[in-house]
Every structure is written in C-alpha cells, then in structure tokens.
Design a protein around this ligand. Sequence first.
Ligand code: PEP
Ligand code: MG
Length: 320
Amino acid sequence: ALKEAKAKAYQPAITRDGRQINIFANVGSINDVQVAVANGAEGVGLLRTEFLYLGRTSAPTEDEQFIVYQAIAQVLNHRPLIIRTLDVGGDKPLPYFKIGVPEANPFLGWRGIRFCLDHPELFKTQLRAILKASAGHNLKIMLPMIASVMEVRAAKTILNDVQNELRQAKIAFDENLQVGIMIEIPSAVAIADQLAAEVDFFSIGTNDLTQYVMAGDRTNPRVATLVDALHPSVLRMIQQTVQAAHTAGIWVGLCGELAADPLAAPILLGLGLDELSVNPQSIPILKQAITQLSVTEAEAIATLALQQDSANHVRALVNC
Ligand code: PEP
Ligand code: MG
C-alpha cells in the first residue's frame, strides 16, 4: 500500500468530488525539505526555525539565517514556504537567553511571540533575514503562540519597520508577502473572527491547542490519554476556527500531528480545512487517503464526530 501511495505522491490530493487539499510538510532542517519534496510535498506549511537557534552559544546572525532560508526556498522551487518565527520557550529553552529554566510553568510562560516581542532586536534580525530571502521566492511569515489581537498588531508594526528600513536601503523583498498566525491557544479560537481581520491565513497547531484545551502538558505521559487531539472539544475548536477564517475570506491550514493521523483525514476534510501540513514521511499516505474520500461523505462524518462524547468514540466512528 505504501509503495502504491508513493508512486502517486507527486499528484495533487483531489477528493472524489473534486476538491483539492494542499498537502504541505512540517520541516526543521534543509535535509527535511529535500525529503519532503521527494515525498510529494506541495510546499512547506511549517518551517520550525528553532533549529537555527538551538545547540549554540549565541543567536544566529541575519546572514546565517538568510543563507538557510534562501537555500530552502531554492530546494522548494517556487512552492510556498511558510516560515514560522522563533518559537522557543516551553519545552525548548535557549541557554543564552536563560529562558525556560526558572519558570514554574514554561508552557504557560515566556515562549513564542511573547519572547520575540520582548526581544525586538532578535525578532527584527529574523524578520530581515526572512524578508531578504522572500525576493523572487514564495515565502510567507507565520507567528506562533498568538493569544491576543495586540500581539499581532505589535508584531506587524515591527515587520513594517523592518520593511521600511529595507526600502530605504533599496534591498529587495516580496511586497505582497502574506502574514499568518498559528491558532494554538484557546483564546485565539475564541477571537478568531477578530484575528482573521488582521492576517492573511491561519494554521491550527493542534499539538499545543490540545494541551491548552485539555489543560494537560503535551510532554507528560501521565496525562497522555487526556491530551488527545481527536477529543470533540478540540474538534469543535477546529470547526470554530475554520468558520471564522472562511467568513473573513482567508484560508486555514492545520499543522499539528493530528493531520498525519489517517483516521483524522475525513474529519479534517469535512471540517473544511484548505491545507494540511505533516511530517514528510506521512505525505504519500495522506494524499492517498484524501483521494479516496468525498467532501459530502467527509462532512457527514465530521458532523457526527463533533457530537461524540469522547476521543475514543470519535476513533470508533472513523475506524469502521
Ligand atoms: C503545534 O503546536 O501544533 C505545532 C505545530 O507547533 P509545535 O509542535 O512546534 O509547537
Ligand atoms: Mg505549537
């Protein structure tokens, strides 16, 4: 079955009734990008840029980052590349900034966009590198851990400043570069209509969204059963997010591990996601699953899934 899926991995994922879902890859290195393209990725839906910052004694320079972003964009050859700005903190401390260590609740602490907005110089350096790499390529910027409208506005103000500096210095960048946010905090779901007015796209991060919705640490095995992305509470949050995005006329993807679970494919299709981003190895099977489904059937399954009272009942529903 895997062989068959791999043979068709370069074809688009179109349902039996003609809807195309973009299948992108989650990557964290140049090597991952090569594997993703070889597996039929139509773009990168999540470039985790943490790899550039971790395992060293100081932050990477603008040039170091620019070279990597440009090299990745070249491998992708005009396929979309969604670069997520630095998402350290939580389970990924940065020794040279002493974050993570002294916090009692790192997952509720100083991570993602919170950390970047408090370190504008570090944030600006990354944005400059991304903008410079955007010239002649298909790049998009994605902000992690957004909890409020003010954070989006603050980040966009800094982005605007960097764009003005580049214009003044006559350095080329993509003037139409899209800016999106991750939806991975329950507050962002609740105000998704307000957030949709500020950005070009959403990408739902079910790994964090599930831990925050269920109040269960995603790294703690004792609560692993509870922290299940197929729980109806998480599915309802996905539904609410998709509806807010589509009402506002923006597209919405999903880049949590849930997207790689073949059991989730009919539910996610039925909930109306426009894009799914998964680890490179999961692409062929996911594409095959999508081509075997129809949107009409998937919508009926999603409606039933939302009415279940546990993740296990959702699983039983899609397993038969
Ligand atoms: C997520 O939270 O679902 C996500 C995709 O990001 P990360 O796993 O890097 O936190
Ligand atoms: Mg996350």
